[in-house]
Design a binder for this molecule. Sequence first.
Ligand SMILES: [Ca+2]
Ligand SMILES: [Ca+2]
Ligand SMILES: [Ca+2]
Ligand SMILES: [Ca+2]
Length: 529
Amino acid sequence: MKKYLFLVLILLPVILSAQASYGEISIPGDPIGEEETETTEGTNWGMGGSVGAITIDNQTYSQIRLQPELQVWKFGVGLDIDLIIDAEGKVRKDDWDEWQDYVNKILFLRFAQRNDPFYFKVGSIPDYTLGNGLIFNHYSNMTLYPQVKNVGGYAGINTHLSGLGFEVYTHNLHKNEILAGRVHFQPLAVTNIPLLEKLRVGVNVGTDRDQYAKYEDDDGDNIPDVYDKFPKDKARYLDTDNDGVADNDDIDINGNNILDHPTVNPYVEEQFPGIDNPDLNYELDMDVTPDSATAYTEKDEVLIYSADYQLPLIETERFNLIHYGEIAKIDGYGTGMIFPGFSSKFFIFDARLEFRNFGDQFLPGYFDRQYDQQRAQVKHIEEGGKQYWFLTTKEQTLENVESSLGWFGYLRADLFNIVYAKIAYQDMYGKNEFMGKSLWAGVTVCPSIVPKLQEASVYYAQTNVNYINFKYPRNENANITGRLVYSLSEGANLVGSYREYYTDINNDGRIKGKDEIMETFTFGVEFRF
Ligand SMILES: [Ca+2]
Ligand SMILES: [Ca+2]
Ligand SMILES: [Ca+2]
Ligand SMILES: [Ca+2]
């Protein structure tokens, strides 16, 4: 199985975005994240892309993926052109035969930046953070991309009127399920009190109006397609014996070739009225336990609101220090707080240090990078010979979250655009066996002295442990990622990624041998014109 998984991972196309800047590697769970790339006005033209292999319906295709990005004045547009080519070198027609296919190639449209007087972005938004991240923290509407393509958007204004501004966000303009809103202003701007006149206060709200909506319900019978045995038939959804005949019109629901007793299967009474007459002496099956599938007739919402502030303490060209805080409440659950927080830019460094205090039943950054995947899950359990199908939500996990408090900080350095280093540490305390310590560290080198080598990166993380294990850095809570970018020609780079993580199969507390070290390689070609 692992060998197979390894093969699949090798064959996975490397998807490289034209936006991904050199000098940053993006790792799932990276708490530092990326700075949003500031684009200057003017006409720019960039192209990212990759080549790989992909399997659709058991057929292997070559995949060429081009992600051009064009910017004119404050407008930006990004495209995602996926050419799926079969063994005979022909482009798969399915991807180009409807007008919607062409609209779908648009990745995003953008006007200006989030601190401009007016701005918006429509389309795929891979990284959305609100305030200091207690509600939305690097949320992506592309988590299930390209299987699920969300055309989302945000828009906002910033005025000079007491710094008043607002922003609205949706993950999908048609569905509008995951929404955010923010209003901010500078309450003391008119007073001219030193320091305090710059105080900026914000109020934020975030919601998922329908957590079950991750799963489609095509026929509208409130049974999600994933366990609707008849996803195109509004009147049917169960088929306990999987013989293709729905429970509603199956005289033998459990498929044991014994006619079901009409008291447990009303359809039998319909077909053969009076068959249970004792005089007829038919053998009838009483032992029928049909499957159970939960219908979701009502939407289940989750709502979070927060208030935050930012107070610039020192603002000079060489040194910049901001104090901030935020408090958030998940409606019906717990409260969490960041206070005090400090962020600073000085010389080649960029740092942040904050004290976090999270109450019971509170999760920070509830809408995070994995949210689209985690908002709802299908469950299938068997109990007493009966099968149950239902959904659980991320909201349900809140009940068991226990309070914790502690520090989080990071330091990032940019040495003349040649060496980038970052290190982050979290030290949180809670009840019982709370795993509150995490360490992340990464170095990227973009050497101009080694010809052809554009970038070499290594990133290490050890997360959610009781103590950081320096003696055995290879352990179950750790992983290592590496990336090499090698220039093939003027406009083409060969990109190779390596990832290593560990499973202690024999449970001896050590990671040793090939079986316990999982490795994945991906590689691709990246274009830049
Ligand atoms: Ca259905
Ligand atoms: Ca159905
Ligand atoms: Ca059946
Ligand atoms: Ca039966």
